[in-house]
Write a protein that binds this ligand. Structure first.
Ligand code: SF4
Length: 356
């Protein structure tokens, strides 16, 4: 039986929505002064996610926690920046993961059922020295597991019996928390969410967050092109790539910079891994682990950003500065500006008409 505290921990559940409906409040009602605590908590959740801080569940006041979640979601959607939605989804997913991996077995089953319609079975199976706590239908497993790049998640590497995949509790927690993220991100594409505007009545509460979005948006600009634009890479990144191709041994900072840069411009783990193949001490398992860690797929699940130009300068990694370098403070800023210039040039070359 899910309690109010459980709904505060997992406000994405259907039961949490029913609980909220019980109040009969509309979004506009929440702008009234008596609900200011809920609005402030919603703003705090969005701000923490934008800042990359951990969202901590407040146990003292479960009602506020439950009611603040859909409002925070509305704010995240209403800020009209894909990166804000992704950050919010990631922060919520991490928060849930930390709770789910410590959760009581029966509660985990209820969360899986109520949140995603998954039929999770608790068992205690030992296979060749590996202990499993749960079994999940293969179809449900495949809704999420292919998103993870570690070989451990591939179906061929799993213990499968009568159409059910056997899992440890931490793995169930990972699948569920990733589903939380998917649910938030997917919903952003719905027509009514895309057309949604935050009511003016919340304007004052959101002022600070809007300023933050504007400031950080320079680095996470929505209009950054999708897919890698080779010619848009800044000189520092080109220099590291050329050192890698020559098989030179790189400093930790150079490895971190190239990995974070490539991941942040949308390159996948396998392609980043290929860059390191010619390095003398290349160890595929170790390199893959490090790249996945930096991409936020394992470990702390924080996606790291490349260092700023100042930092790269102090490590001697800023090379061959050009005119655009004079205007930027971050290699990703360089990349985005240059990639847009290239895209605009391509449009002009096609006769000034943008091809969708
Ligand atoms: S100024 Fe920045 S972007 Fe340009 S080469 Fe130096 S570190 Fe890279």
């Amino acid at each position: 039986m899910l309690t109010r505290e459980d709904l505060a921990k997992y406000p994405f559940l259907r039961k949490a929505s029913s609980f909220i409906e019980g109040y009969g409040l509309t979004l506009r009602d929440l702008a009234a002064p008596e609900y200011s605590g809920i609005v402030r908590r919603a703003v705090e959740r969005v701000r923490d996610s934008i800042e990359g801080r951990r969202i901590v569940t407040d146990w003292k006041d479960p009602e506020t926690e439950i009611l603040a979640y859909p409002l925070a979601l509305a704010f995240a959607y209403g800020l009209k920046a894909g990166w804000v939605i992704r950050r919010f989804a990631t922060a919520e997913s991490k928060r849930c993961y930390e709770l789910l991996k410590m959760e009581d077995g029966q509660r985990l089953i209820e969360v899986a059922e109520d949140g995603f319609g998954w039929r999770l079975e608790q068992n205690d199976v030992n296979v060749e020295g590996r202990r499993f706590d749960f079994a999940l239908g293969v179809t449900e497993y495949l809704e999420v597991a292919p998103q993870f790049h570690s070989a451990n998640w591939k179906l061929v590497n799993r213990y499968l019996l009568r159409g059910r995949v056997h899992l440890k509790q931490s793995e169930v927690a990972r699948l569920l928390s990733e589903s939380v993220k998917n649910k938030i991100v997917k919903r952003a594409a719905a027509e009514e969410v895309r057309r949604f505007e935050v009511p003016e009545a919340f304007g004052l509460y959101l002022e600070e967050v809007r300023r933050l979005v504007e400031k950080k948006g320079r680095f996470y600009d929505e209009e950054a092109p999708v897919g890698l634009v080779e010619e848009a890479k800044p000189p520092c990144i080109m220099a590291i790539i050329s050192d890698l191709a020559a098989g030179k041994s790189l400093s930790h900072m150079a490895r971190f910079t190239i990995t974070t840069f490539m991941i942040n411009v949308g390159e996948n783990v396998d392609n980043v891994l290929k860059l390191f193949r010619s390095v003398a001490d290349f160890d595929e398992g170790k390199a893959r682990y490090q790249i996945e860690h930096i991409a936020g797929r394992i470990g702390s699940r924080t996606k790291y950003a490349p260092p700023k130009c100042d930092v790269l300068r102090s490590f001697g990694l800023c090379v061959g500065v050009n005119a655009l370098c004079e205007r930027v403070r971050h290699p990703l800023q360089y990349y985005k500006i240059r990639a847009r210039e290239i895209a605009r040039g391509a449009v002009r070359a096609r006769g000034g008409r943008k091809v969708a």
